[in-house]
Design a protein around this ligand. Structure first.
Ligand SMILES: Cc1ncc(COP(=O)(O)O)c(C=O)c1O
Length: 440
């Protein structure tokens, strides 16, 4: 490739002047750090510094970066077929992946739609729910019910079921479809369940079920909407109420799937299953974009037996063979059995247990006056501050200490690659603690 830029400063300047980053302004954007390589749990900056990555690139790089098995899967598939349309064409990488997904999810599921990003898998899930009721000749069941504090992606339909008061929802009020939102679950994951918690949801579903196609929720962990860990009983009661009132249940496991909360899927904490589930992010081990919407025979057959018997979705890059091949390789890595002495069935379980133990160190900063709460679940560690943080300042301090974390709002949170060692976890937690002590 002929290079247009001679120095890193050149391409960094071009980036600052012309490329839009997530949620940024083009006038005085926050500084971006130039990354030239990533290996295991380290990001390498253009100036040679190496940072311990606490984000796994937004929950995705489970096995760390530059994994030889994933690289090899990508290389081998690229030499056979990088992409073909999925319309009227089948290919082995998609079947290999579909089979793995159905094998590793509860056996209520039978059908897989391979989408090209998490948000699109949500769009597909919502569409499935609407088409389900259209096929049953109940077209008035065309609204969704959800809880506040949710996040399901940035496209308009995803925003419509996300938190109604966060920035983006508020900005697009006039075009966002109106659905039903109730208070977020209040009882925390480890707290004693309080039956009053389900009341707002119970009332909303009782009053509106005739209009409701589905309920959608992130099970156990509300991610971008506040890194909130709530009680599994909420989900159990939600499942019962959805059955009682004839409303489909959609779980968004895009962030929580593949072991992040300590269970392979977060729904296992509640021991229930939804009618439709979405997965993404870690599906390819962070190598490339791919997601899936998975559903039951009942949903698929009902849609397919309706007046319009086709599921109305078909992105150009759905089931991309490269992404499917890498995803299968990543899932095979994930499902590797552990040494029997470890006390765990799978290696990922020992890894996530190590993360959970290492991240407990964040509790050392709990008593600080600027800190509202510290919480840890599986491979997720959160320091919630009392006030929104200055991201630029905080990041500069963390980078100077050799770690990469991307705070937002009041939250300094991490979800490291599963391979992170105890020492690297210490580096990560110490950097967060020292930064808070220095800046507040
Ligand atoms: C729970 C949840 N749902 C959906 C999405 C959207 O996924 P994507 O960014 O791949 O479109 C995200 C992304 O952060 C998410 O955390």
């Amino acid at each position: 490739m002929a290079q247009k830029f001679k120095t890193s400063e050149d391409w960094l300047n071009f980036d600052r002047d012309h490329l839009w980053h997530p949620y940024t302004s083009m006038i005085e954007p926050l500084p971006c750090y130039g990354v030239v390589a990533a290996d295991k749990v380290y990001l390498e900056l253009e100036d040679g510094r190496k940072l311990v990555d606490g984000t796994a690139s937004w929950w995705s790089a489970l096995h760390g970066y530059n994994h030889p098995v994933l690289n090899q899967a990508l290389l081998e598939q690229s030499q056979k077929m990088s992409h073909v349309m999925f319309g009227g064409i089948a290919h082995q990488p998609a079947s290999e992946l579909g089979k793995r997904l159905l094998d590793m999810t509860p056996n209520v599921f039978d059908y897989v739609f391979l989408a090209d990003s998490g948000s699109i898998s949500i769009e597909v899930a919502l569409k499935m729910a609407l088409q389900y009721w259209q096929s049953r000749e109940e077209p008035n069941k065309n609204k969704f019910l959800t809880v506040r504090g949710g996040y399901h992606g940035d496209p308009f339909t995803c925003m419509s079921v996300g938190d109604p008061e966060n920035g983006s929802h508020h900005m697009f009020q006039s075009v966002i479809a109106k659905h039903f939102h109730v208070a977020r679950p209040q009882t925390e994951f480890y707290a004693q369940w309080d039956d009053a918690d389900i009341e707002p949801f119970k009332t909303a579903i009782a009053e509106n079920h005739q209009q409701l196609a589905a309920v959608i929720i992130e099970p156990i962990v509300q991610g971008a909407g506040g890194m909130h860990f709530y009680h599994a009983e909420y989900l159990r009661q939600m499942r019962k109420l959805c059955d009682q009132y004839g409303v489909l249940l959609i779980f968004d496991e895009i962030a929580t799937g593949f072991g992040r909360t300590g269970k392979l899927f977060a729904m296992e904490h509640a021991d229930i299953t939804p009618d439709i589930m979405c997965i993404g992010k870690a599906l390819t081990g962070g190598m490339m974009t791919l997601a899936a919407t998975i559903t039951t025979k009942n949903v698929a057959m009902t849609i397919s037996g309706g007046a319009t018997p086709i599921l109305m979705h078909g992105p150009t890059f759905m089931a991309n063979p490269l992404a499917c091949a890498v995803a299968s390789a990543s899932l095979d890595l994930l499902m590797q059995k552990a040494d029997t002495k470890s006390g765990h069935e799978f290696i990922w379980q020992s890894n996530v247990a190590r993360l959970e133990t290492g991240l407990q160190q964040l509790h050392d900063i709990e008593a600080h006056k600027a800190v509202a709460d510290v919480r840890v679940l599986g491979g997720i560690g959160v320091v919630e501050m009392r006030e929104p943080v200055n991201v630029g300042k905080l990041q500069a301090s963390l980078v100077a200490k050799g770690v990469w974390v991307r705070p937002f709002g009041k939250l300094i949170y991490v979800m490291p690659p599963y391979i992170m060692s105890e020492d690297e976890l210490k580096t990560l937690c110490n950097a967060i603690i020292d930064t808070i002590n220095e800046l507040y």
